[in-house]
Design a binder for this molecule. Structure first.
Ligand SMILES: [Zn+2]
Length: 307
């Protein structure tokens, strides 16, 4: 694949000027009315003049310092049109994407499908571990695979076997970060991850205060959720997303955005493409890979680490 699918004569233009997302989606046989069964109300159909609205909100951040932004796509385990489209959009912008893989979902066939869309040798893809089986073990309360109700030795075994499977498939390309399903884990899970040699976790919240002794793990936080939103009022939610983006872009920390390709409609793909274009060209954002963040010296700038 690569750029050749966009047509040899316009390769460079596509790269410089942003992609033709309609072309990509057509190539992937995703029609305009494409909507997976589960999708947030906001992505059901495009809001009138949505590009203008988005541009107007984000361009308000032009006077801020140059933002750092990273993207994390969850629930990766097989190929398919939506996954291919997601990867192609990031490739066309030259923006890295952290891919959060559920180890138990992987098979040889599925691995091949993934690598057709996101070849291992391409540096854009931040392959890392997303739990073990993505199941909820909590009998009550919020869903979690690594919550307080899951015995520690079972948590240890799940993470360990997931890590082994991931190492066997991704080798040197594996990034030492753990994203827990539903962005939740117990304090003890953090200890296990550290013991197993992880360098970072990717959560929604900051680490709980007062963990002793302190951890060396970094927290590569995601603060903007595009696709698993629960709001019913599509128009209001569209503006809420803009507010969340501008709010995050106005802070000193890098902005982490969470994606779920299984829930992306045609409009959600168009929006993502436009968001990447505005971040890249109008805000001149610096795009970080998970590897970049792990290797940044200054925790304060890299991510919200334990304080
Ligand atoms: Zn997940």
């Amino acid at each position: 694949m690569g750029f050749s699918m966009l047509g040899a004569t316009c390769e460079k233009d596509h790269y410089d000027l942003g992609t033709d997302v309609d072309h990509i989606l057509r190539e992937m046989s995703l029609p305009r009315h494409f909507r997976p069964r589960q999708h947030a109300a906001v992505w059901h159909s495009p809001l009138h003049s949505w590009r203008d609205h988005l541009m107007a909100s984000l361009s308000a951040c032009e006077s801020n310092p140059i933002p750092s932004v990273y993207f994390r796509a969850d629930d990766i385990g097989a190929g398919g049109r939506a996954f291919r489209a997601l990867c192609q959009i990031f490739r066309s912008h030259g923006v890295p994407l952290a891919l959060s893989v559920v180890p138990a979902w992987l098979s040889d066939v599925r691995g091949k499908q993934l690598f057709e869309a996101a070849p291992l040798e391409e540096p854009l893809w931040g392959w890392h571990q997303h739990g073990w089986r993505h199941v909820n073990w909590e009998r009550s309360g919020k869903k979690s695979e690594f919550g307080e109700q899951r015995p520690l030795e079972k948590q240890w075994k799940d993470i360990w076997q997931g890590q082994n499977k991931m190492r066997g498939i991704f080798n040197d390309h594996l990034v030492n970060v753990f994203t827990p399903p539903w962005n939740r884990l117990s304090n003890s899970t953090l200890r296990i991850l550290q013991e197993l040699g992880f360098e970072g976790v990717s959560l929604e919240k900051v680490f709980p205060r007062g963990l002793r002794p302190p951890l060396s793990l970094k927290n590569l936080r995601v603060t903007v959720d595009l696709h698993t939103r629960k709001a019913r009022d599509a128009q209001q939610d569209f503006f809420d997303i803009s507010d969340e983006l501008t709010g995050s872009l106005s802070k000193r920390e890098p902005v982490g955005v969470m994606l779920h390709h299984q829930r992306m409609t045609y409009f959600a793909f168009e929006y993502l493409d436009e968001l990447l274009r505005i971040l890249r060209t109008t805000l001149k954002a610096q795009f970080l890979s998970f590897k970049d963040i792990l290797h940044q010296e200054n925790d304060e700038q890299a991510c919200s680490s334990l304080r």
